[in-house]
Design a protein around this ligand. Structure first.
Ligand SMILES: CCCC(=O)SCCNC(=O)CCNC(=O)[C@H](O)C(C)(C)COP(=O)(O)OP(=O)(O)OC[C@H]1O[C@@H](n2cnc3c(N)ncnc32)[C@H](O)[C@@H]1OP(=O)(O)O
Length: 217
């Protein structure tokens, strides 16, 4: 998934006529985040930090794409999957779908840029609650807290109400204008997220969680 997302992002960055893309999952899953089978082999803070840095760079490039990106969440968006949701410009959700920042279960914090983006999206207090508790948020609640823009809408019809009739160059320019407002603070904050990942990856809580996963296998 990580490699495919990077490849597709590079391809899309060259598509100047594009107005919008819809990111959706398969079946009852939007995205389950990092592959847990692989994560357990990333033992050191450096290894974990490098993967997070790779995903931060990919999601930053994704956020800077010239067209509008819409996350259409029909199933579960877990951990890194929830971070992916925050990197999209707009978000729609099925009422029974769920967004859940489960990184705490692994003794980690969201390190793909999700801490920075979630706080910007829904504010400090709500972000704290979701990150600390690891509780899932479903449709109506997500809408109330500003985590998504709509619930139960058909994505293409809804998108048409937002960007229908707009020139692709104007869309690209609106995105650049909005993105640049947060650019400096985001860069600092994303860098700090990686530094903090180094402090938890391979730490006692992370090792305990990984050992528990290994015991289940
Ligand atoms: C490193 C920081 C960034 C991160 O992404 S941290 C978060 C990583 N993701 C997670 O912790 C999510 C773990 N998965 C779950 O909570 C549940 O599997 C989930 C996604 C709610 C789906 O639940 P269910 O619908 O009940 O399905 P299930 O549990 O039986 O899973 C179906 C098969 O998928 C597998 N799976 C789910 N999430 C995975 C993952 N992240 N990496 C690798 N394998 C994963 C799961 O092991 C199961 O496989 P199998 O059918 O038993 O062979």
């Amino acid at each position: 998934m990580m490699l495919d997302l990077r490849r597709i992002t590079i391809e899309l960055s060259k598509w100047n006529e594009g107005k919008a893309i819809v990111l959706r999952g398969k079946g009852n899953m939007f995205c389950a985040g990092s592959d847990l089978a692989a994560v357990q082999f990333l033992v050191s803070p450096k290894e974990g930090g490098n993967v997070c840095m790779y995903m931060q760079n990919t999601l930053y490039a994704f956020q800077c794409l010239p067209m509008v990106s819409l996350a259409y969440i029909e199933g579960k968006a877990m951990g890194g999957g929830a971070e992916l949701v925050t990197a999209c410009d707009l978000r729609l959700m099925h009422e029974s779908a769920e967004i859940r920042f489960v990184q705490r279960r692994l003794g980690l914090i969201p390190g793909w840029g999700g801490t920075t983006r979630l706080k910007r999206l829904i504010g400090r207090q709500r972000a704290m609650r979701l990150l600390m508790s690891g509780l899932g948020v479903r449709g109506e609640e997500a809408l109330r807290m500003g985590l998504v823009d709509g619930v139960g809408c058909e994505p293409h019809v809804w998108l048409d109400t937002v960007v229908g009739g707009l020139d692709s160059y104007v869309i690209k320019t609106i995105k650049s204008a909005v993105n640049q407002t947060d650019f400096k603070t985001d860069q600092q904050s994303l860098q700090r997220e990686i530094e903090l990942i180094y402090k938890v990856w391979g730490g006692p809580a992370n090792r305990q969680a990984i050992d528990a996963i290994k015991r289940k296998e």
